[in-house]
Each structure stands twice: as C-alpha cells, then as structure tokens.
Design a binder for this molecule. Structure first.
Ligand SMILES: Cc1ncc(COP(=O)(O)O)c(C=O)c1O
Length: 479
C-alpha cells in the first residue's frame, strides 16, 4: 500500500504554470480580433490525436505545451468578433475564471449542505425573475437547450398522463401527441423520440411566409387528432427559430393551449432573451403565461459553455416528474446531508457541475442592464446587416430580420438555384478558410443561404461591413 496522491509533487511549479496559463489566456482573449476567426487543422495535429492511452507520467508543463500547440490554435473561434455560426455565445474572461474556481472546489451540485446549492438556487430564482415567470415556478440549470427542452417535455408528458412514471406509455387508450412547427429545432424531435411520443407523434405543423407556425393549421390538427382518438398533450412554441430567428405567435398558441387544455412549452434557446428587448414585448408577455420555457446562458447571455436553463411554472408538477429518493440519498436534519432540496428532484441528472457559479459571477459583474444593452446591440446589428443586404442588388435576404439571425445569398443573373447553392456554399467555406468570418448556413425552400446568428458581444458595426464586402469580393471571383 502506498500513500501517493495525484497532487503535484511541487506546488510552486504548478502555481507558476497556473500563472503562465492565466497570462497566456488573457493575452489570447485580449488580442482575439487580431487573429483569423478560424484556421484548418493541419495533418500533424490530427495525427497527434492518434496517440494511444498514455501509461507513463509527463510533466504538466509539457502537457500544457501540447494544448498551446495542438488545441488552442485550432479552436472553433466562437470568442472572435466575427463568429456568427450556428448559435454560439462568445464567453467572457470572468466566466472562464469562474469555471476554474468551480473546478477547483469541485462541487457536485446535486445534494448536500454546501454553498454551491444556494448559489444554484439563487441563479434559478434570478432566471425566474429574468423571464418574468410566476413565483410558483421552479427550474434547473442543465447542459444546454437540448436538455432543457427534454426536461420540460418530460414534465409536460408526466403532468398530462396519469401514472405515466409507473406504467409508462404501454396500454394507453389514447396515443399521446405533441405539436410544434416544421422550423422547430431538431433537439425537440429527439426529445419526442426519447420520451416515447415518437417523431410521428410530434406533429410538425407547416409555417407561414414568416416561418412562424400556421396557427389555423395547428388548431385544425389538434381537432383532427382529438376526433381520431389521440391525446394532444403539449404545443412547443418557438421564441426564435434556429434557421431565421422567427418568433411564433406565442399569445395565439397560449390561447389554443388554454382552449384545449394543453401544456405550452416555449423553446427560447436564444430568443427567450428577447425579454430584454423593448422591441419584443410579446415575448415577455407570453413567457409570463407559458407552462415552461427553455433557454441557454451559453448562447445569448454570452456565458462560457455549457449552461442552459429550464423553468416550469408549477413547482409541484416539476418535482412530481422527477423526485425519487433512494436510501443512499436520504436527507438529514443536520450535517452534510442536510441543506436545500435535492436537485435530483428537478431533472434527470444526479451529478452536476457548479455551472451556476459562472452565471452568478457574470450577472453580478455586469448587471442585467449590460446584458440588455448587448442583446439590443446584436438586434440592431442584425437589422443593419439586413439593410446592407437589401441595399445591394446582388444580394438577397431570405426573410425580413425579426431578431438576431440574418440569412442572405449572392445572386448571379441568369443562374438557377443549383448554381446559386453551390456558389454560396463556396462563399461560406472561403469566408471561414480565409479566416475572415464564420457564418454558418441553412437551406430554406431548397435555397442555400449564408446564415449569420449574432449572439456575440464583441461584434462591432464594421465587422458586418467587412462581411458583406468580402462576400461580394469572393462572389465576384467565382463569377
Ligand atoms: C432554437 C434552438 N433550440 C434548441 C437548441 C439546442 O440547444 P443546445 O445546443 O444548447 O443543446 C438550439 C441550438 O442552437 C436552438 O437554436
């Protein structure tokens, strides 16, 4: 038997290495604008990741060198001012430091009398205040929007079907179904599959010209399902679709869900943060009335990955969906096993990292007004970019800008969609490969669009001028 540990043999050395890492990262973050947004990963780095499972020890500073040589230069680039791919937040220096603090105290924020439980609870309470949900609400921080949506849909299913936790879905007289639009994020389809609704049981209702769910078709389908003996459970509304940022008519959906006694869930992965925009009062108004909402702190609140949040407006329904206390998780009156309600009763996960800390520290550091300013800045930037596109005869805007997503393409006269699709895809790849900007893409009605989703606190107006100028330069070179 030995008394070895995994702690450093020399604490001064690890302290010095930690200081170096900190200096390197602050240099890296503060000079991000000077570097390309993205660069291709060379073959020798890809080969480096083929190294088999290490058996021998290696000095920590050498391991860090491997990070600086092979990982840091080939990051995705979401910290860069011209990263607008998919929907990814930018992160902040203090957010990153908070993750270091959280990892240092290594709290598993599931149960127990520990300060982290109170911080987590406070962040959930702040989230309820942020979204304007009622006092009866509860919530939980999760890995991201996918898990947040899944958690809400489990609560929706369990609160609408008696005894489903014990009997499952077998033997139900009426097959349960849920509703969303064809623009709803794919994670909702996965959730429907996982919770036994099935992808066919998730009715994907067509959208109107503004990519919002067609309310008349939604009601028609609910009535049809009721007539055919299905059990409608829930409507999943979009506050900001992933493709175009479209916001469904949330109040109309609330009207229908009340009329047919259905659960209303809002997928607001990024768009729920429009509660901070004076231009989107309808989002705040509807979220106050919804049964549940999912949103991400790592998207439009710019926190480092990963942290999402789900709120349920009925704590009883929430905990009844998940509570289960085996003997090894019993709560005591005093000591370590006392403390706040186990977070195991609010979701699927038991072990949970202390992701609340970066939210807690960041909100305190900046205050909510700064977040509102950033979000409104991003909305104004999306409108500015939309206008740049509309003002140029060679560019086409897919749809009017409603939030922070802009989809556009370059148009060559006399060319069909096939050529346009190929060439706009080429523009996207060259923008990325040349390190100029990282938009992503989508296909709407068979047409390929360059897609810019602005959840970036570092972007400034001239970044969008550059994007358009470079798009045109590359497009002309392709002609
Ligand atoms: C509207 C919407 N819903 C859900 C998700 C999934 O969120 P996450 O990637 O955090 O799991 C996304 C991701 O971009 C999204 O845009």
């Amino acid at each position: 038997m030995n008394d070895n540990t995994l702690d450093p043999k020399n604490w001064d050395e690890i302290r010095a290495l930690g200081h170096k890492m900190m200096d390197d990262m602050m240099d890296y973050l503060s000079t991000v604008r000077d570097r390309p947004v993205w660069q291709a990963i060379p073959d020798d780095t890809k080969d480096f990741f083929e190294e088999p499972l290490p058996q021998e020890s290696k000095d920590a500073s050498l391991v860090y060198n491997e990070f600086t040589q092979h990982i840091q230069p080939y990051a995705k680039g979401s910290i860069h001012p011209r990263f607008w791919a998919w929907v990814e937040g930018t992160g902040t220096p203090l957010g990153a430091l908070a993750d270091f603090l959280a990892s240092s105290i290594n709290s598993n924020v599931a149960i127990g009398e520990q300060a982290a439980m109170y911080v987590d609870q406070q962040v959930v309470n702040w989230s309820i205040q942020l979204m304007g949900m009622p006092d009866t609400s509860s919530g939980i921080l999760v890995s991201g929007g996918s898990m947040a949506n899944a958690t809400a849909l489990i609560v929706a299913r369990n609160s609408k079907i008696d005894d489903v936790r014990s009997t499952g879905l077998q033997g139900l007289k009426r097959r349960p179904v849920m509703y969303c639009s064809t623009e709803t994020h794919s994670c909702v389809i996965k959730s429907a599959e996982v919770i036994g609704i099935g992808s066919h049981g998730l009715r994907r209702i067509p959208v109107n010209a503004d990519f919002q769910i067609d309310i008349a078709l939604l009601e028609k389908k609910i009535i049809e399902d009721l007539d055919l003996g299905y059990q409608p459970l829930c409507v999943i509304a979009n506050a900001g679709t992933v493709n175009t940022g479209a916001i469904d008519d949330l109040m109309a959906i609330r009207g229908l869900t009340s009329k047919y006694d259905l659960w209303m869930h809002v997928d607001g992965a990024f768009g729920a943060l429009a509660v901070l925009s004076p231009d989107h009062k309808e989002v705040k108004e509807a979220i106050a009335l919804t049964d549940s909402v999912a949103f991400d702190y790592h998207k439009w609140m710019y926190m480092p990955y990963e942290v999402g949040c789900v709120l349920i407006n009925d704590k009883k329904a929430h905990t009844e969906a998940f509570n289960l206390t085996p003997n090894y998780l019993l709560k005591h009156e005093r000591g370590l096993a006392s403390g706040p309600e186990s977070l195991n009763s609010f979701g699927i996960e038991l072990s949970r990292g202390f992701k609340a800390l970066k939210v807690w520290m960041s909100i305190k550091e900046h205050g909510m007004q700064a977040y509102a300013d950033m979000i409104n800045k991003n909305i104004a930037q999306a409108n500015y970019l939309g206008n740049l596109v509309m003002d140029n005869d060679d560019l086409e805007l897919a749809t009017p800008v409603t939030l922070n997503v802009v989809c556009y393409r370059y148009m060559w006269s006399g060319m069909g969609d096939e050529v346009h699709n190929e060439r706009n895809k080429e523009i996207t790849m060259r923008l990325q490969e040349e390190g100029i900007a990282s938009p992503s893409s989508t296909v709407l009605d068979g047409k390929y669009y360059i897609r810019v989703a602005i959840t970036n606190h570092r972007s400034i107006k001239s970044d969008f001028d550059l994007l358009i100028n470079e798009t045109i330069r590359i497009a002309r070179a392709l002609s």
